[in-house]
Design a binder for this molecule. Structure first.
Ligand code: MEV
Length: 437
């Protein structure tokens, strides 16, 4: 394989891009074919997918599954999930079934405020910025007007702002901190447009009124840390109803409490604990065309909000009742962006009965809690590997080119035997040897 510099690559057609990239491998025609075949035959659809990102070569398929029977705030949902991890949908489904029989999930949105900042430097003292806020407000209003009308008609807009001196960062550093509402949209473009307008307006105003202050905008951008946009999902039931294999209800409940306590205090466990929660939330975010990287960044920043990175869920027992909850910020949308452009995201939102952004936050938090529940149940009772490796068996069999008959025999045998790649390979080899005799 010889990799060479690709001159003027972005100007080429998709067909040429596929050829050029494939030619850099030792297997050019087959790579080109794989990429070509990954596109849908419907040209309009293929073009739409191509428009999502630059230098498109094709499509990368991931399975979309469904975790049925989630009872959330008294309403039933079948939750579509896009994930490549074989046990994730099974874990969510199992948790949904468990909690369906115990009253389901409650999910409450605590706030929907988003924020962004204009970061700037100035030699003016902080009192100067306190003194100009009344004059600045109408200037912001006037300049923002054409950009906020649509959003305001849907109940969103620029809600408030404040200028803060932060000398601990740099002596001349200031921050214009702005709060937004974005209705059912994720609103990233809206927020960033407003912030850039506000940054320019601020710079211009100070240039006119205090030209010696050398006031300069460094950057204007939304924040993915949104403590004003959190949701809490919870479940509870009498301890005696916490029935599971491998532990009594009392033991099981106590182990779950201890597991969340460990995640609260030990960063090593907290990272994995939260990864399990995000297994579910990301899968729904991808399925609905939301920006899962933004959701991830916000969740982990929230997990570290007091300076120590902690698990996002909490469990306790009081008066004989087991309580389990999860709170995290979720800044997602159900209109605009990919939610409207990706046909599968549109279908997913239909399956969910076209939720508002607030309702989707409630669903996502419940799903994250469900995922965490099943992971902790397995970890604190029978161990994770038995179930995990059984789910992984399908992938192993594909890798070994197993026939349908071999598939059936292997599945039966590994009902009672420990799954591992070498054990499955050895068993298939034995089957093939016996078949050849
Ligand atoms: C695996 O993807 C997720 C888990 O590791 C989560 C956890 O440990 O809580 C099972």
């Amino acid at each position: 394989m010889s990799v060479t510099f690709l001159e003027n690559f972005s100007a080429q057609t998709s067909e040429t891009k596929r050829k050029l990239v494939a030619m850099q491998t030792g297997n050019s025609e087959s790579i080109r074919q794989i990429l070509q075949n990954s596109l849908p035959s419907d040209i309009t659809l293929a073009q739409r997918f191509e428009s999502f990102s630059e230098n498109n070569l094709g499509l990368y398929a991931l399975p979309i599954g469904v975790a049925p029977n989630f009872l959330i705030n008294g309403k039933l949902y079948h939750i579509p999930m896009v994930t490549e991890e074989s046990s994730v949908v099974a874990a969510a489904s199992s948790s949904a079934k468990f909690w369906y029989k115990r009253g389901g999930f409650k999910s409450v949105v605590n706030g929907r405020e988003k924020n962004g900042q204009v970061h700037f430097t100035s030699e003016a003292p902080s009192e100067y910025f306190d003194s100009i806020s009344e004059q600045l407000q109408p200037r912001f209003y006037e300049e923002l007007l054409p950009h906020v009308e649509g959003m305001e008609s849907r109940g969103g807009g620029v809600k408030s702002w404040i200028i803060e001196h932060r000398p601990e960062v740099m002596p001349n550093y200031y921050r214009l901190d702005v709060r937004f509402g974005t209705a059912d949209a994720m609103g990233a473009n809206f927020i960033n447009t407003c912030l850039e307008v506000m940054g320019r307006t601020l710079e211009q105003f100070v240039r006119e009124n205090n030209p010696d202050s050398n006031t300069r905008v460094i950057m204007a951008i939304l924040s993915n840390y949104n403590p004003g946009s959190t949701v809490t999902a919870s479940v509870s039931c009498p301890v005696e109803e916490m029935i599971t294999k491998g532990a009594t209800p009392q033991e099981f409940s106590e182990r779950l409490v201890m597991a969340t306590r460990i995640a609260c205090c030990d960063v090593h466990r907290a990272a994995t604990h939260n990864k399990g929660i995000m297994n579910g939330i990301d899968a729904l975010m991808i399925a609905t065309g939301n920006d899962f990287r933004a959701i991830e960044a916000g969740a982990h920043a929230w997990a570290a909000r007091d300076g120590q990175y902690r698990g996002l869920s909490e469990a306790h027992i009081s008066d004989g009742v087991f309580h389990f909850s999860l709170t995290l910020p979720l800044t997602l949308g159900t209109v605009g962006g990919l939610t409207s452009l990706h046909p599968v995201a549109g279908a997913v939102l239909d399956i969910l009965d076209n939720p508002s952004a607030e309702e989707l936050m409630q669903i996502a938090a419940a799903l994250g809690l469900a995922q965490n529940f099943t992971a902790l149940r397995a970890l604190t009772t029978l161990g994770i590997q038995k179930g995990h490796m059984r789910m992984h068996l399908g992938n192993i069999l594909i890798g070994l080119n197993a026939t349908r008959e071999e598939h059936e025999k292997v599945s039966e045998w590994f009902n009672d035997n420990t799954v591992s790649l070498s054990a499955v390979r050895a068993y298939i080899e034995k089957l093939r040897e016996n078949g050849a005799k």
